[in-house]
Design a binder for this molecule. Structure first.
Ligand SMILES: NC(=O)c1ccc[n+]([C@@H]2O[C@H](COP(=O)([O-])OP(=O)(O)OC[C@H]3O[C@@H](n4cnc5c(N)ncnc54)[C@H](OP(=O)(O)O)[C@@H]3O)[C@@H](O)[C@H]2O)c1
Length: 479
């Protein structure tokens, strides 16, 4: 199939698809999964969303208007009068141009395509991502998702929810062919090094002439590869370099590192009136593994802690660096390092790896929190090296569901006990059955500094959250 992708924002097709590719029946989606609707809302809010006239009409019927907090770009061959929040496009290219302009205004780099059948077909060759809810059964219906060649797509995220799974595919590029890439990059670097050496030794007789001509040939093909990379026709090649922007201003390796983080088990941080709370879920790869050996919460200093998600080995490097910086501050200035200063040192180190050739970005994100001048503060550091301060946030998988609870329930000045219960309930929104064994909790408070909660206190927090959820259910039943 032709690859029609162009410069501009990424195009992601978002759809819920049955095993037999059904997506709709008689103008409706033939199943009802509230978690899928929440996932769609979380995924698309704040972005332009392109859809066909019939899909728009179905949405407008149900919601009484366009999808809120999104620009609804509605495709129809006839002119249409639409309410605020929706705009008409009469063709695919016009829709893409409008979406690109809207995305630029909103400061986002993804445009979503939300169906139906002919719209998905029209956009498939342009799409960079497929954000699918795969329904694990065949369903009768009159509207289908187009068949696509799975060998062109790499699965980058899977979140199984019983009857369905949230699955993200990225269009397959050279990056995914890891081995070939590593060999090719290593070869290019070696050839480059040898080239310099050859220049020096060409006349000394150090290399035999046959070897010199082979190296020269290799250097020429290496230069050709590089120029192909630069001319924009071979967009996939931008996957290869951390230090290369693609023509549409993206650094693919950083985006892939973010994907690595989003495939990890979630860790969250909550700022309360009394201190900062960290909570982390762990997934043992075997029942024989000691759960305590999976460490995602760490003390950085008496007044500082961190939670990680993503590649454990990468996170450990960053944690060691943060600990060192904390000690450097004590030795050099005789005082504990501030939470913001420490976060910025860590993010500077992360950022360096997005600009230097021959390295790759850290495949881990950290939450760094603690007490600064008597006040709790919480920061996040992602693989791009951007530091942000948070009231509460989550890194790793299940971000939509966990954030939904945090956004609803976080309040200024919340006490530590309520914060712990909120942390567990937020994680339960992603994974219903949470045991004390798969959960770690720690706190940083003015009085006690950093403290890992022992298992009996973790079990109490889970029981407290279960009790809270139970009382909510009773209240719902009473309504
Ligand atoms: N499961 C899911 O994720 C999902 C997602 C979306 C929709 N759906 C389901 O899919 C069904 C609706 O999809 P559908 O395929 O019947 O309709 P649709 O794709 O939503 O809308 C089709 C209409 O879009 C316009 N259109 C299509 N291609 C165009 C183009 N190239 N240029 C300009 N206008 C274009 C035409 O409107 P005019 O006739 O006005 O010219 C066409 O009749 C419903 O059952 C819905 O529930 C399911």
């Amino acid at each position: 199939m032709a690859d029609d992708r162009r410069m501009g924002p990424k195009i992601a097709m978002v759809a819920a698809v049955a095993e037999n590719r059904t997506i709709g029946d008689d103008g409706e989606i033939p199943w009802h999964y509230p978690a899928d609707l929440a996932h769609f809302k979380q995924t698309t809010t704040g972005h332009p969303v392109i859809m066909g006239r019939r899909t728009y009409e179905g949405i407008a019927d149900q919601l009484g208007g366009p999808l809120p907090e999104r620009t609804n770009i509605v495709l129809s061959r006839s002119s249409m009068t639409l309410p605020a929040g929706a705009v008409h496009a009469s063709g695919v290219q016009q829709a893409v141009d409008m979406a690109a302009e809207d995305a630029a205004q909103r400061g986002v780099d993804v445009v979503y395509v939300a169906g139906g059948e002919s719209i998905y077909s029209d956009f498939l060759s342009r799409a960079d991502q497929l954000v699918l809810t795969e329904v694990h059964r065949g369903v009768g219906g009159d509207t289908k998702f187009p068949a696509f060649d799975e060998s062109n797509w790499a699965e980058t995220r899977r979140d199984d929810r019983g009857e369905f799974s949230f699955v993200t595919y990225h269009r397959r590029t050279d990056w995914y062919d890891q081995t070939g890439l590593t060999v090719s990059l290593a070869f290019d670097s070696a050839v480059e090094w040898l080239g310099v050496t050859v220049q020096q030794h060409r006349w000394t007789g150090f290399f035999r002439p046959g070897v010199i001509s082979q190296i020269d040939e290799s250097r020429r093909s290496s230069a050709t590869r590089e120029s192909q990379m630069m001319d924009g026709n071979n967009q996939q090649a931008y996957d290869r370099g951390t230090s290369l922007f693609s023509p549409d201003g993206r650094i693919y390796q950083v985006e892939y590192a973010r994907e690595a983080v989003s495939r990890g088990a979630p860790s969250l941080g909550i700022r309360t009136g009394d201190g900062v709370i960290f909570a982390a879920m762990s997934r043992a790869s075997s029942s024989l593994m000691e759960p305590e050996s999976i460490e995602k919460l760490h003390k950085l200093d008496d007044h500082l802690g961190t939670a990680s998600s993503g590649h454990v080995a990468d996170a450990r490097q960053l944690i060691d660096f943060a600990r060192e910086q904390s000690q450097v501050s004590r030795l050099r200035y005789g005082e504990p390092v501030g939470v913001e200063d420490l976060t910025k040192s860590v993010t500077d180190k992360i950022q360096e790896n997005t600009q230097l050739g021959g390295t790759r970005p850290f495949g881990a994100a950290l939450l760094i929190g603690g007490i600064e001048e008597g006040q709790p503060r919480l920061f996040g550091a992602d693989p791009s090296g951007t530091p942000n301060e948070w009231r509460a946030t989550v890194i790793g998988g299940g971000r939509e569901e966990i954030n939904a609870v945090l956004e609803d329930e976080w309040e200024e000045g919340l006490d530590l006990g309520t914060g712990l219960s909120l942390a567990v309930r937020a994680l339960q929104n992603h994974e219903e059955e949470i045991s004390a064994d798969s959960l770690s909790l720690s706190t940083v408070t003015v009085d006690d500094g950093y403290r890992d909660l022992p298992k009996n206190e973790v079990a109490d927090a889970v029981a407290e959250a279960d009790g809270h959820a139970g009382s909510d259910d009773e209240a719902d039943d009473a309504e």
